[in-house]
Design a protein around this ligand. Structure first.
Ligand SMILES: *Cc1c(COP(=O)(O)O)cnc(C)c1O
Length: 398
């Protein structure tokens, strides 16, 4: 058991493994984090119990609020995002809706982008307006428009970069700077990049959030979300979440802790393979367009190079013949799940209409600039030669 906590002077692989791990109480000298399923924690005397309840003494009272296994997961993400504090949620969407619930009130205005994650987009277009919260969705690549809308009025700037499924890139530090000047809270969904490739808090964001169900867990076997920021912001968010009740389950927290031990390794491999596949697809006669921030041809490749240390495992591409060709080709892939998730060790593929934007109507997808004939490709950690051969085989049926 490490006696000193892993710190920012350690590398990302070291932090993936040791980050947060020193904070739990070991049971019977176990070297792995115990899964504490208990709903409550018993005390021998009322005074100690009361001190824990008042947060004067560390400890746990009730697992909707805090839980030892869940705390280790939060501390691990906190270490990787270089944050002061972190709190977790039952899903990525719970993280997002709890952030809105905590920091927005009637009359406020959110400035965001048109092609955010489908579920987030539903909150923007359907649920927030019902609470009399105005939402302005800008063209993702139009920084001038976003800056203008922020300056008009902005309570919260909400960004996602790279975006899902078009892999658009926004300049986080540039926009965060404008929003900070206007006193707005800057929130960034970092699910696609992961802290291995991008650290939004170091770029000026106030809150960074993840769907841990994707890359953090990495094995598509647990649902959860997490948000990081300074002590004060995370305390407010935690106080909302503990009452709102969207708590992460201890077993899922354990799956994330185990999955995250290989986070840096997995992301390194996925960065490399996605780059190779993006280059290969760009040369393929049946492929019309490839969206990958690592390609020099990407509109904001320079911004991506500046704010990311790797370009990630996600890419998307369109093929000749649109949705009908996709329906013929994708089932022929042998080394990919056709499924709605992403960011796991297996390669996963699907079109936006059954994945990122299943919540939207065709009209809404068109308005967000999401072509129906797009394939979203989440690169797994298989051998890249095998993935290329599999793609070549399947595209033969397109
Ligand atoms: C999946 C995803 C979410 C939602 O997360 P859940 O864990 O499925 O609730 C939010 N943002 C992005 C970018 C995602 O990919």
């Amino acid at each position: 058991m490490p006696t000193k906590p892993a710190t920012n002077r350690h590398g990302l692989s070291t932090l993936s493994i040791w980050g947060g791990e020193q904070d739990y109480t070991l049971y019977e000298r176990s070297t792995q984090v115990p899964v504490v399923h208990s709903v409550s924690y018993g005390y021998d005397d009322i005074d100690t119990w009361h001190k824990v309840a008042l947060e004067e003494v560390p400890g746990h009272i009730y697992s909707r609020n805090t839980n030892p296994t869940v705390s280790v997961f939060e501390n691990k993400v906190k270490a990787l995002e270089q944050a002061e504090a972190a709190t977790s949620f039952a899903s990525g969407m719970a993280a997002i809706s709890n952030i809105f619930g905590t920091f927005l009130k009637p009359g406020d205005r959110v400035v965001s982008i048109k092609d955010s994650y489908g579920g987030t987009n539903r909150l923007f277009t359907e649920f927030l307006p019902k609470l009399n919260i105005e939402v302005v969705l800008c063209d993702t690549h139009s920084h001038e428009e976003i800056e203008e809308r922020i300056r008009e009025k902005c309570t919260m700037l909400y960004l996602e970069s790279p975006t899902n499924p078009s892999l658009k890139i926004t300049d986080i530090s540039k926009l965060a700077h404008v929003a900070n000047e206007c006193g707005a809270l800057v929130v960034v969904d970092n699910t696609f990049a992961t802290p291995i490739n991008q650290k939004p808090l170091t770029l000026g964001a106030d809150i960074v959030l993840h769907s841990a169900s994707k890359y953090l867990g990495g094995h598509a076997d647990a649902l959860g979300g997490v948000a990081c920021g300074n002590q004060e912001i995370i305390k407010r968010l935690y106080q909302y979440r503990e009452i709102n009740g969207a708590t992460l389950a201890p077993m899922d927290a354990y799956s994330f802790i185990r999955g995250m031990k290989t986070l840096a390794l997995r992301i390194e491999r996925q960065n490399q393979s996605a780059m190779t596949i993006a280059r290969w697809l760009s040369q393929h006669p049946k492929v019309e367009q490839v969206n990958y921030p690592g390609l020099e041809s990407h509109t904001n490749h320079d911004v991506a190079k500046q704010q990311m240390s790797g370009f990630g495992g996600m890419l998307s591409f369109s093929i000749d013949g649109g949705l009908e060709a996709i329906k013929r080709a994708l089932p022929k892939l042998n080394l990919a799940h056709m499924a709605a998730n992403l960011g796991c060790v297996e390669t996963v593929v699907g079109p936006p209409l059954t994945t990122s934007h299943v919540e939207c109507t065709p009209e809404e997808r068109a308005a967000a600039g999401i072509p129906e004939g797009l394939i979203r490709y989440s690169t797994g950690i298989e051998d890249v030669e095998d993935l290329l051969a599999d793609l070549d085989h399947a595209l033969g049926y397109a």
